[in-house]
Design a protein around this ligand. Structure first.
Ligand code: FES
Length: 272
């Protein structure tokens, strides 16, 4: 990796095109959408999405882009509602993304057109909900994750001023020696510690801003606040190293991560 890969928006845009447009990306723990009407919005790898549980209990991930002028329909991180009302001009959608109506001054010219929010491919594994912007035939990579975990104990959210790859490299370097560690390209790490299962989900927001979601199963999330704070502190220091040209320490998992990145970058700039 070059220093600019950690510190420039161009590389992040290339990653959006080649990685975040086609891979299965975690969006949240399914238990974060416990009740009908619960929703959660996020920007993952440059894609704005909203996950919601409808009245029948079904969970979906929708593209958070209004069919009127492509603006984000949901502007708050989480909540519970009966329907979504776009804050810009008032188009409304049900929890499944279906178009409900619009104020007369901004009504669509063809009310019979399909004006639903785009529903994305979804999958579940390790207590988490995944989406894909592409059209995957299946979710084979997710099969490496356990199908059942202890009871959900909560999620911690930690904002880190670093490129997402710095956080991945740190987690891979720290945890590689653990026998109970599972890494799922590109954004998920799972580790077991006795009765606990801890799923660390990275949310690339911009090229210099990453959210770490620590989902705890089998225990209380609050007990992991200090560990999450340490990850933030270390990653923000490592970001300065990477931007300054100091490479990540080598290791099997880190090397494999860099190989996958190189393959993705080659798709964006093919040599033939
Ligand atoms: S952009 Fe949503 S109603 Fe206009």
């Amino acid at each position: 990796m070059k220093s600019e890969d950690y510190a420039q928006g161009d590389t992040f845009q290339a990653e959006k095109r080649t990685i975040f447009s086609s891979e299965w990306l975690p969006v949240c723990a399914e238990a974060q959408l416990a009740r009908p009407g619960d929703f959660l919005s996020a920007t993952v790898g440059g894609w704005s999405v909203v996950a919601a549980r409808d009245k029948a209990g079904e969970v979906r991930v929708l593209r958070n882009a209004c069919r009127h002028q492509n603006m984000p329909v949901v502007g708050v991180p989480a909540g519970n509602c009966e329907s979504f009302r776009c804050r810009f001009h008032g188009w409304t959608y049900d929890l499944a993304g279906g178009f409900l109506g619009a104020p007369p001054p901004v009504a669509p010219p063809d009310p019979k057109a399909n004006l639903s929010l785009q529903s994305l491919a979804t999958a579940r594994a390790a207590g988490l909900l995944f989406f894909s912007m592409g059209k995957p035939a299946a979710a084979p990579g997710l099969g490496a994750l356990p199908t059942s975990l202890p009871a959900y104990g909560g999620t911690l959210s930690t904002d880190i001023a670093c490129n997402w790859k710095v956080a991945v490299e740190h987690l891979l370097g720290e945890r590689a020696s653990s026998a109970d560690f599972t890494w799922l390209w590109p954004l998920l790490a799972l580790r077991r510690a006795g009765r606990l299962a801890i799923v660390e989900q990275l949310v690339p927001q911009t090229f210099l801003r990453t959210r770490l979601l620590t989902h705890v199963f089998g225990g209380a999330a609050d007990e992991h606040q200090q560990a999450a704070g340490t990850i933030k502190h270390v990653c923000e220091a490592l970001q300065l190293d990477r931007a300054g040209g100091r490479p990540a320490a080598e290791g099997t998992l880190v090397d494999d991560f860099h190989r996958r990145l190189a393959e993705a970058y080659a798709q964006d700039h093919p040599t033939t």
